[in-house]
Design a protein around this ligand. Sequence first.
Ligand code: IMP
Length: 197
Amino acid sequence: MKLCFATNNQHKIEEVKSMLLPSIDLMSLSAIGCKEELAETTGTIAGNSHQKAEYVFRNYKVNCFADDSGLEVEALNGLPGVDSAIYAGSQRSHSDNISLLLKNLQGIKNRKARFITVITLFLNGAAYQFEGILNGSIGLDLRGENGFGYDPVFIPDGFCKTLAEMTMDEKNKISHRARAIEKLVKFIIWNPEFSRQ
Ligand code: IMP
């Protein structure tokens, strides 16, 4: 059966494809002819993930799922949260975002933070959500070259290195996104709606 992942990020598509049964034809947004930017205006991570999946399902009549992620810092009351990509402004600069985060945490002892991903699946009109969380803390400075976003300052609980000091394989074993994807894949594999089609 056809299933759209509401993204054009080929890396994300390949990651999910490798975990799914070959009978599922996983398609990107461009593969279903969706060229417009998907709105993310609900103000929450779960809401935005629902908004994107619902838009694709309603307008393109294809079963579909969408993800949305963010970093929540305890001492900043959950910020940058849903605005993680644009924390320091609409230029969406990862280094500007990190500089602002470190500035806002200057002198603050509580460095606890978490990454969260919410995936919403629209299947024959019904919506299902899957959440993945990675707990950790924000370091005092940047370390590592890998990954993206806040990876150079995020130290997962139980590790003494940042996500940017991990290989992609190491990160993918523990990441918030991987955990949400794992739940989605289990749901798909065991769901009779998928094996029937
Ligand atoms: P998205 O919803 O996956 O596009 O994530 C939104 C923003 O959250 C990104 O632009 C990053 O700033 C941040 N983010 C999400 N996931 C990660 C991650 O795995 N590492 C670092 N930053 C992330």
